[in-house]
Structure formats: C-alpha cells, structure tokens
Design a protein around this ligand. Structure first.
Ligand code: NAD
Length: 485
C-alpha cells in the first residue's frame, strides 16, 4: 500500500534547526538527512552542531536559574499533555515517518508519552521532604532534621537512542522539568525529528527555553563536549552497552545514569497456559519491531512442553501482520535501517548453520524483516549471546528451574524478565534468584508503568533507576537542614 499522500506532504522536507538559547539556529557543521526506513524516502534533515555551539548551549543553560513554582511546572506539563492529545496523530505519523515503526506502535508510544507527562505533573507537586526528630537516643537532642530536594547546580546532558523516538526523550526531559533543572538533549541522529517536535510542544506549553535545548549532530564531533564540559553535572544516557561504558569512563567526577542493553528472557514453565504464554512471547518479541531494550530476546521453555509451546508461538507469529508501517492494519513495520536488518538476518543464518531449526519467518526486504521463530537454539549462539534488536523469537529448552535460572544469570545483561507459571514456589524463586532489574510474572519483560522504578544491573546499567519518580531523585540533590526545635 502506498503511503498516504497527506502524510507524505506533512513530513516532506522538514528542514530542522537546533533549539538553543531560545532560538532556532542552523548548525555550524552542516546538515544530515533523515530517511524513512521502509521507502528510503528523505523525511527531512537536521542540523549538525559544532563543538562551540554545544558549549554555548551548555553555558546558556548553566547561567539560568528557574523561578518556576511546583504549580508552574505541573501546569506546563499538563498543558503539554493537552496539546499532545490534540496532535496525537500528527506525532504518531512523525515517529513512523522517521523510524519505520508501525502506526500501531507509534500511536501506543504517544499514549506512553502522555503518561510520562501526566506522572511528571503529579510528581512536580509532590514534596518528598522528611522530618526527623533528633531526640531518639541517649545522645539525642531536641532538634529536627528536615530534608528537601533541590535541582542540580550544573546542567544535565541527556543522550537518547532511536527505538522510541519520543518516549525516550520524554523520560529524560519530563523529570528534569518537574524537578526544575536545565537539560541539554542530544537525540539519536537516526530519529531527531520527533525530539525536536516534542521540544516545540513544551515551549508552546510555556517551558522557558533555557530549561531544554536540543542539539543534533555527529556524536564524533559533539559527544565529548556534552559529557566532559565543566558546566555538566549529570549525564543521563540510554543506548547500547559499548557507548554507555565509554561515557562512564569519560564522565569522570560527575553523576551518570546509564540505561543500556538487554537480553531479556521469557521463561515458560510446564504448568503454564501455553496459549497465553505464546501470546506474551509474540507480543514481547515483535511489538516495536522487537526494538525494545526489554523485548523478549530469548524464550526459555521447559522441555516437556517445548514442542507444543513452539507450535502455538508459530501460529501467533504467522498471525502477526507486518509491512508498510503507514498501513494501520499492520502490527509491525521495519527495523531502524537495512544494515540492522541484515545483521539480524546473518545472526539467524549463523544459528541455523550451527544447528538451530527455522520454524517460520527469516525473510528480509530492505529494512523489513518477517517475524521469525527458531527452536533448538543453544545458549552459545551469537543470536542469543548478544543483544539481537529485532523481531526474532529464539526458543531454548531447559529441564529444571535451577537450569533456567542458571541460563538467565549466565548472561552479561540483567535488565528484565518475564515468567509464565502459576506455581508460587517457582515464581518466588525467579523473583529472588534472577539477576535482573525486574521480574514480571505473567507479563512480558517490558511491562512497566512510566512512573515506577525501571532499570537494569550488570551490563544493562549501574542500578540507577529511571521511571518518572526515580529519575527525579537522580536529578536532584537531597539537602538537609536542622533546626533547634
Ligand atoms: P546507541 O548506543 O547506538 O546510540 C544511543 C545514543 O548514543 C544516540 O543518541 C547516539 O547518537 C549516541 N552516541 C553515539 N556515539 C556516541 C559517543 N561516542 N558518545 C556519546 N554518545 C554517542 O543505541 P541505539 O542503537 O540508538 O539504541 C539501541 C540500544 O539502546 C540497544 O542496545 C538497547 O537495548 C538500548 N536501550 C536501552 C534502554 C534501557 O532503558 N535500558 C532503552 C532503550 C534502548
């Protein structure tokens, strides 16, 4: 189906600029193009900032102190949510245009961004200060210690990945606004347009421009300044492990929040309702084209039910519609680009060479990949040893619960997990023994609310959490003062 003409007209030639010092500024280092992964058509272009422009943005932010009250900040976030509700379809189409995600996925993403804004508005109003009495012990005195949160003195640098072009940005920016900070955002160069669109929405809702600037460009030129400039107090990064660890090294004596890759399992035990488990496996593997840090990347099934489960998964997979992302009947669009699709195709091929069995899928057309199921996958195959960021369901078998736990914990990643069992003793063991940030019983690993704590351990992150509430804690200093009362 061809792309709807009005959509093409709307998204053609978006010639974007930087958002800095309250202005739209051309990049001193030129421009780069943004391409729709399905058609290969140019969707627009964005500015390449120079190092000196990054410095200017950071200094401008650093010099600003927000006078906004909690009420002001909550009002801005609520107003932004109203505007986004009115323009939800436009926003979803923009996400689809630059990422190739299906309209179904993009519309869902807008719902999540609305949740982030809503929770941000509520949290902006919440004062979590505590009062401690001091006359509690023999050494005690009649005093009170009072705690309060303050925004950082320095600037926050936020760097986001491509996989949720607007929601990843919302998760960095909204808590910063709620906590009265100043943030400079560098969105993924693969999907900069949704980030700029979202920033404009916030300015329109009343956000002072010094609280959010958006810098696009070539990471090789600007990333170092964004991370190491003396005005930067905190670097918050979501993306792959390799770059995350490089940032950790560069950042030196400043805070970092690193949300990195995942290799999340869905564990299916022999007592499980297999139809329900297969539905979860398909959703977890294929929604957002399998490009979620918490997508199901390995399915561990107890051997006694493995064949029956895999048949049901193949059925669910073959029913998963995919193709032109702008055709709203399709559940799934493309992955981010042809190079990513080719890499995934090669990993599947190499697993098949090494003895895995293809059950369905494994077809590629440009950046479009058929949802794919393989079984007889072994833990040492690169398909499951590394993070495979796409619509692939590799099925592995296990015999005992000990073995399943061992397989999960052998990974260098530790983000999230999903467990399909009704046995409380097994669910309890998984919750206690899996080395991950989250254990979801009867849900996909990606299940969360935008408010609740989220984040991984091991190579998936340093244990600092995101989610609106925890992000605000990470973005603030907890100061105490004491009084002679
Ligand atoms: P990526 O690591 O390639 O890029 C992420 C960001 O880093 C982009 O903005 C990119 O421009 C920037 N970048 C590139 N080189 C840099 C450098 N030298 N210094 C600083 N920044 C640099 O990730 P991606 O391909 O955009 O996203 C996919 C990855 O993100 C996957 O590994 C996925 O698991 C991970 N991810 C993690 C989470 C989480 O919350 N844990 C969520 C979503 C995605």
């Amino acid at each position: 189906t061809p792309i709807d003409a009005s959509v093409v007209a709307f998204h053609r030639d978006r010639e974007e600029s930087l958002r800095m010092r309250g202005e739209r500024v051309a990049g001193d280092s030129g421009r780069f193009q943004v391409v729709n992964p399905y058609t290969g058509a140019v969707v627009g272009s964005a500015a390449k900032a120079s190092r000196s422009q990054v410095e200017q943005a950071l200094l401008y932010a650093h010099a600003y102190r927000s006078p906004l009250s909690r009420y002001d900040r909550a009002s801005i976030l609520r107003r932004a949510a109203e505007l986004l509700t009115q323009r939800a379809e436009e926003a979803a189409q923009l996400i689809t245009a630059e990422s190739g995600l299906s309209l179904q996925d993009s519309r869902y993403e807008i719902g999540r961004v609305l949740d982030v804004l809503g929770f941000g508005a509520t949290e902006a109003l919440r004062d979590d200060g505590q009062v401690f009495a001091c006359d509690l012990t023999a050494q005690g005195r009649r005093r009170k210690v009072i705690s309060m949160r303050e925004p950082l003195l320095g600037v926050i640098t936020a760097i986001t990945p491509f996989n949720h072009p607007m929601n990843q940005v919302a998760h960095k920016v909204v808590p910063s606004i709620a906590s009265n900070n100043r943030l400079v955002l560098k969105p993924s160069e693969k999907v900069p347009l949704s980030a700029l669109w979202f920033a404009d929405l916030l300015y329109e809702a009343g956000l002072p421009p010094a609280m959010l600037q958006v810098i696009t460009g070539d990471p090789a030129e600007i990333a170092q300044t964004l991370i190491t400039h003396p005005a930067v107090e905190l670097v918050t990064f979501t993306g792959g492990v390799e770059i995350g660890k490089r940032i950790a090294q560069l950042a030196g004596y400043r805070r970092t929040v690193l949300e990195l890759g995942g290799n999340d399992p869905l564990i299916v035990c022999e007592d499980a309702d297999l139809t329900r488990a297969a539905q979860l496996a398909a959703q977890g593997s294929y929604r957002n084209s399998g490009q979620r840090c918490t997508a199901v990347k390995r399915i561990l099934v107890q051997r006694s039910v493995a064949d029956r489960f895999t048949d049901l998964l193949v059925e669910a997979t073959e029913a998963w519609t995919y193709g032109d992302p702008f055709d709203a009947r399709h559940a799934m669009g493309t992955v981010i680009d042809e190079a990513a699709a080719r890499l995934l195709e090669e990993r599947v091929e190499s697993a098949l060479q090494a003895g895995a069995r293809l059950r369905c899928g494994h077809r590629r057309d440009g950046a479009l990949l058929a949802p794919t199921v393989l079984d007889r996958v072994r833990p040492d195959m690169s398909l499951v040893l590394q993070e495979s960021f796409g619509p692939i369901s590799p099925v592995l078998s296990f015999d005992t619960i000990d073995e399943a736990i061992g397989l999960v914990n052998a990974s260098r990643f530790g983000l999230s997990s999903g467990v399909c069992t009704d046995r409380m003793d097994w669910a309890t063991r998984f919750a206690q023994e899996l080395q991950v940030g989250t254990v979801n019983v009867w849900e996909v690993p990606g299940y969360r609310t935008e408010l609740t704590p989220f984040g991984g351990i091991k190579d998936s992150g340093l244990g600092h959490k995101e989610g609106v509430q925890e992000a605000i804690k990470g973005y603030t200093q907890l100061k105490t003062f004491t009084l002679p009362w």
